[in-house]
Write a protein that binds this ligand. Structure first.
Ligand code: DAH
Length: 439
């Protein structure tokens, strides 16, 4: 990979189609909507050091252990994560670089933008490669401005520098809750109240400035979808309690979007052991991680996540860093083609596993393996794959599943022969790789 050598072993589950995404670096392509979104967010964090080219292949230690993920966390499984070998993965989140960035200790605040990789569902908002931005702000309790008596006073002074907004943000929960969102033993409640306020005001500033600018652009241009987009309603955002292994207390920020609350970021007070191990134990602070595609889809009304990977000039030419706030005018939609496949799943007593089960132990059927096969066969010609029926035979106890695949290109009309061929390959591979029995 790009001049680096990795020895694979029986943990390897990364197809070449995924490895080939490593070189795309969409968040660095000039005028790409993800790059513009990155720049818009970066502009709201003056003074934060920005890292944009950290290599995506990391150790299990970086991705999970250093962040305090428990041994049995589902994120570690080969159904969810792309492995090259037992100790090496494609990073599943930008948090994989927290420990090393804290160790380097180059600035009080930093941002990391990068491609991340997850085995996941296929639909219009999920793609196995996407982009995250991570940010953190820490304060050194031995080195704050001597004008202030306490770290809390320093943080309060920093809060006063964050631009104000006039959006009503709902935040009904207490900052600290002994069971649901505990304080770490190493922190005082006042400090955490101050850090939490700094975190929340900073991230509200990002969401409010970017999404209100997009809403006002949409209402001015009266773009075709503006009735379904941001322009229609006043921006509504809320904080909810969350859990992450690497923060406590933790919160998510949600935006009200087309009738639903949409999660846009996770955040919290950094677990002190992470900073201690990084050799900066006198520092404490907050971190967040957000999905760039999600923000860009809201910002530009982009209807399908596959579009970010398009090289079609009808897509790319609509975005320009010199006028970052615009609305995407979708090209007409090509026809959908739905095809079903029904099968009995193999009983889990058999040792011959599927994609994720080529090792010695028996593995259960996992939906992500179905998704991976669809992606390998049809690539970006598959729009979504959905479980539409599930049935357990009353006498034998065998389980049958029916998946509906929507084949649709973003760029042209697919022919019947083409979709039939894709679907045949898909069903054959399900049998060959997962050992299912077609019905
Ligand atoms: N890494 C998390 C994810 O991928 C996002 C996240 C949550 C990052 C909280 C953070 C954080 O830095 O503090 O879901």
């Amino acid at each position: 990979m790009e001049g680096r050598q990795y020895e694979t072993d029986e943990w390897m589950n990364t197809p070449s189609s995924i490895l080939s995404a490593v070189s795309r670096r969409l968040h660095l392509q000039p005028d790409h909507p993800l790059a513009i979104t990155r720049q818009l967010i970066e502009s709201r964090f003056p003074g934060y050091k920005s890292h944009k080219d950290l290599f995506p292949i990391v150790t299990v230690d970086q991705n999970f252990d250093s962040l305090g993920f428990p041994e049995d966390h589902p994120g570690r499984s080969r159904t969810d994560t792309y492995y090259l070998n037992k100790d090496t993965v494609l990073r599943t989140h930008t948090s994989a670089h927290q420990a090393e960035t804290f160790t380097a200790n180059q600035s009080d605040g930093y941002l990391i933008t990068a491609d991340v990789y997850r085995r996941d569902a296929i639909d219009r908002s999920h793609y196995p490669v996407f982009h995250q931005m991570e940010g953190a702000r820490t304060w050194d309790r031995n080195k704050f401005d001597r004008k202030y008596n306490t770290l809390t006073e320093q943080i309060m002074a920093d809060i006063a520098k964050i631009p104000k907004h006039d959006i009503d943000v709902s935040d009904p929960n207490p900052t600290i809750h002994p069971e649901r969102n505990p304080l770490q033993a190493t922190h005082s409640a006042e400090e955490v109240e101050a850090m939490a306020t700094h975190l929340k005001r900073s991230l509200e500033d990002v969401v409010v400035t970017i999404l209100s600018a997009a809403a006002s652009a949409a209402s001015k241009t009266g773009s075709p979808q503006s009735s379904a987009s941001l322009a229609q309603e006043p921006l509504k955002v809320r904080w909810v309690e969350a859990y992450f292994p690497f923060t406590s207390p933790s919160w998510e920020l949600e935006v009200f979007w087309q009738g639903d609350w949409l999660e846009v970021l996770g955040s919290g007070i950094v677990q002190q052991p992470i900073l201690n191990k990084a050799g900066v134990g006198s520092r404490s602070g907050w971190a967040f991680g957000l999905g760039l595609e999600r923000i860009a889809m809201l910002l530009y009304s982009i209807p399908d996540i596959r579009l970010f990977w398009s090289t079609d000039p009808r897509f790319l030419s609509q975005f320009s860093a010199s006028s970052p706030i615009s609305q995407f005018i979708p090209f007409s939609k090509y026809p959908a083609c739905f095809k079903d496949v029904s099968f009995w799943i193999k009983s889990s007593s058999s040792a011959a596993g599927g994609l994720s089960g080529q090792g010695a132990t028996a593995q259960h059927f996992h939906e992500n393996d179905v998704m991976e096969i669809a992606r390998e066969v049809a690539g970006d010609l598959v729009e979504d794959v959905r479980l539409v029926d599930e049935f357990v035979h009353p006498a034998t106890g065998r389980k049958s599943l029916c998946y509906r695949t929507n084949y649709r290109s973003l760029e042209r009309t697919l022919t019947n022969e083409e979709t039939n061929r894709l679907h045949n390959q898909f069903t054959q591979q399900l049998v060959a790789k997962l050992g299912v029995e077609l019905r």
